[in-house]
Design a protein around this ligand. Structure first.
Ligand code: DAH
Length: 353
């Protein structure tokens, strides 16, 4: 830098001041601010360079210029610090915002919400209560069954379509197709008759499995409640009366139930048990495939072959049996158009019941 006069130095200082002021105005982050600080205010910055020029001036001019530089440095420093503290406040606010955790949802879920019994379990409990009130006992059986209990003893011969691999989940255990996940609760009829002597008045709730594709009315794992009565002189009228009692107790007056002639290998005669579709009120919809009715299960008089399979004399004993879908029943009772929501575990749905 060439030698400068006092006047020139003072002009340069003024220039530096106004350039600094306009740069400060444009700055919007701390990094740019640090750069400006180093360009102008540091030991190698503009002011320090001008200060070095003072050595060539006489004493009086040097003192005057020194005072101007010091004054300018103080003013620029204070402007600098004002901008810096504003940017620091903003940066801290942005940092806090980015690290913010929303813990309100946890507080809601963990502190204020009690769990509740699932609709299917609640319905099962209610069914148990109704039947216990009518004099039945509640029995259980295994979900992994033998082919004999699930089919053979129930008079379902090997060529029966219900046995087809596409309907049942067979297990790789023992001889091929000898063990499976039970496809209905009916095998527990066999177990109950083999472990206790009649008279028998039993219901058996539980989970069953079928290779069904899930849709509005089906899921591959669902629940049934089986009923079995074995005594002397039991007739179809006893069966119809029991079904009627149970229907009134669970559905109330708004849903109509009907029995239609049907076929099941383990009962003779057999009937299908249907209720008005509560989604459409019987006019026909997607859930009931347009029929206005939903099949809940079947029933009938215990087939003599079943009695013989468990060593009971069909001349001495008679009885009836029934089996209903608990999930379907809950679905109709609460007008749930698609059964799959029962398995979604969405608490917003489950909380309603
Ligand atoms: N087990 C049959 C099913 O899963 C339902 C059934 C029909 C059960 C007639 C019975 C009965 O006890 O008597 O579809």
């Amino acid at each position: 830098m060439p030698q400068l006069s006092l006047k020139e130095i003072i002009e340069r200082i003024d220039e530096a001041k106004s350039r600094f002021a306009s740069s400060l105005e444009r700055i919007n982050d701390l990094e740019q601010l640090r750069e400006l600080e180093s360009d102008v205010l540091s030991k190698k910055g503009t002011l320090a360079l001008l200060n070095r020029q003072l050595g060539s001036l006489d004493l009086e001019s040097r003192q005057a210029a020194g005072a101007v530089i010091n004054q300018a440095r103080a003013e620029m420093r204070s402007d600098f610090e004002r901008v810096e503290s504003g940017l620091l406040v903003n940066a801290r606010a942005a940092e806090l915002e980015s690290e913010k955790l929303d813990i309100s949802e946890m507080v809601e879920d963990w502190t204020f919400q009690a769990g509740r019994i699932h609709l299917i379990t609640a319905t099962r409990h209610e069914l148990e209560d109704i039947f216990v009130g009518m004099g039945f006992t509640v029995e259980e059986g295994p979900e992994v069954e033998t082919e004999w209990h699930n089919f053979e003893a129930l008079n379902i011969p090997p060529y029966h379509p219900a046995r087809a691999g596409q309907d049942s989940f067979y297990l790789k255990f023992g001889a091929p197709e000898s063990m499976l996940l039970r496809t209905h609760t009916s095998p527990v009829q066999i177990r109950v008759m083999m472990r206790q002597k009649p008279p028998i008045y039993a219901v058996v709730p539980g989970r069953v499995y079928r290779r069904d594709t899930a849709d509005a009315r089906h899921t591959p794992a669902f629940h049934q409640i089986e009923g079995l009565v074995v005594d002397k002189g039991i007739s179809f009228a006893n069966l119809a009366g029991t079904i009627e009692e149970f229907t009134k107790a669970i559905f109330g007056p708004n849903i109509v139930a009907r029995l239609r002639p049907g076929y099941f290998p383990f009962t003779e005669p057999s009937a299908e048990f249907e209720v008005t579709c509560s989604i459409c009120g019987g006019t026909g919809c997607r859930t009931c495939s347009g029929t206005g009715w939903i099949e809940l299960g079947g029933c009938g008089m215990v087939d003599p072959n079943v009695f013989m399979a468990v060593g009971l004399d069909p001349e001495e004993w008679s009885g009836f049996a029934f089996g209903f879908g608990i999930d379907r029943l809950a679905q109709m009772r609460y007008s749930i158009s698609d059964m799959r929501v029962l398995l979604d575990n969405d608490v917003r749905f489950l909380r309603q019941f």
